[in-house]
Design a protein around this ligand. Structure first.
Ligand code: PSU
Ligand code: MN
Length: 307
């Protein structure tokens, strides 16, 4: 069995059967610029604690799989310019080689499951890219949701992706896509994508119960909870559409491919929107951390027989 390196607070929470929320690290190294990345990571952890759960930010540092990072480790990762982006295919290779890297949604789900953590909060998941009919660019995150039993709370997917195709692939893979508190699938910066979500739940305890029922039925895979951005932080889709167009054109002109596509588009959008997209991004991650903590707390109560 691979050895895990839990932080002291995660080790303590595991012993007591307390609620734990996993957090990814690619959002820190490849999703936001320094220093807002480290500041946001700390605020997200604080938000999880404030809502009664223990945060576990996951990353690989010098070949060790960390489940929960200390303050200095978080800072080092946030400043690192050479951290690898680790998805399902890269994670074991990085551990074998003694490398350092940040985990994507897919790799964070794998690590969380190994550590017995059932709930994970992030900003946006990877999905089917626009033009996937020729590029075949579909994030490994979608396949991970189909095979690893972790409930992932995200604000939907960014409009850099093809949202209808992303929902189709999730349906094909049998992944429950649950909009929280509304009928529409949210679109990251906007509360609505204009597309109906396949499922809707308004109560974190129901989401926790649905997670348990999947396990009881022996079904592989997790759930995607799509939590709309708070109304005051929303950016109208029309405002970002031209910027997304520019970023996509640049990516194609420069021949950006494979693992570089998502980080390139995210960084260009932050630059092109002069930080506006970053502020919204921070607000929605905090909002997802809150909901994930409530789901994790409900799961912990149910597992202890007190819920
Ligand atoms: N989408 C975002 N922010 C992110 C990512 C996606 O809005 O930070 C990151 C996540 O770590 C996600 C990864 O798992 O990008 C997906 O990369 P790819 O599309 O290469 O699978
Ligand atoms: Mn890809």
């Amino acid at each position: 069995m691979i050895s895990l390196h839990p932080s002291p607070e995660v080790a303590e929470a595991r012993t007591r059967g307390g609620a734990i929320v996993a957090l990814e690290s690619t959002i820190i190294t490849h999703g936001m610029p320094w220093p807002q990345n480290v500041e946001t990571a700390r605020r997200v952890e604080a938000e999880v604690r404030r809502h009664g759960a223990t945060p576990a930010t996951i990353a690989v540092l010098e070949g060790r799989l960390h489940i929960g990072l200390g303050d200095a480790e978080l800072d080092r990762l946030g400043r690192a310019r050479d951290a690898a982006k680790l998805s399902r295919a890269d994670l074991p290779a990085c551990l074998a080689a003694g490398g350092t890297g940040a985990t994507t949604v897919a790799a964070t789900m794998i690590a969380a499951h190994l550590a017995g953590i059932r709930v994970f909060a992030t900003g946006g998941i990877g999905g089917v890219h626009r033009g996937a009919e020729t590029s075949f660019d579909i994030s490994a995150d979608l396949h991970e949701l189909a095979q690893t039993p972790v409930t992932v709370v995200a604000a939907g997917a960014k409009a850099i992706l093809d949202l209808p195709k992303t929902l189709e692939v999730l349906e094909t893979l049998g992944v429950p896509v649950i909009a929280f508190g509304q009928d529409d699938f949210p679109a990251f910066w906007s509360r609505s994508s204009g597309l109906p979500a396949p499922l809707r739940m308004d109560d974190p305890a129901l989401i926790a119960r649905a997670h348990l029922v999947r396990g009881e039925m022996g079904l592989a895979g997790g759930q995607l909870v799509a939590n709309p951005i708070p109304p005051e932080a929303e950016i109208p889709a029309a405002e970002l559409a031209p910027l997304i167009g520019t970023a996509l054109e640049e990516a194609s002109e420069r021949g950006i491919a494979a693992k570089q596509v998502t980080p390139f588009l995210l960084q260009r959008l932050f630059e092109l929107s002069a930080g506006r997209s970053l502020e919204a991004n921070i607000a929605l991650v905090l909002n997802n951390a809150r909901l994930a903590a409530r789901i994790a707390a409900a799961l912990a109560r149910m597992s202890a027989g007190t819920g």
